[in-house]
Design a protein. Sequence first.
Length: 134
Amino acid sequence: MKRIFQFSILAVSALSLISCEREVIQDDPAPKVSFNMMAPLNMSTYHLGDTVHIHGDIQYQPGLHGYALEIYNTSADTVVFTAEEHAHGTSVNIHEMWVNDVTQHSDMRLIISAEISHDGMTVSDTIHFHCHPM
């Protein structure tokens, strides 16, 4: 009888261990690119002759291979500024500028592209702003 009682306790303990599900915690398998742009501010406005400062940083834990900037005048369907830098590191600082020289009211789009591999893989962020011709 004593053995049956011990066996019963052992069986119940084993079943309770088996029936418990373990919580599976998965790490995010894909590191994310972090864009921390301080200027220009999204939806900001610039007058003719104003300097559009492009300041910020990009972070990517496995390591960046550079960045490219493009200011696109969506109203005139033209690219008005480009810049790129081949730089390595987990964080890259951006310090560029462009002077507003538009001749008509223009909606602008700044595209910041982070190169995350030497194979040309990029991740982009976009900032919209407006330029006045006066």
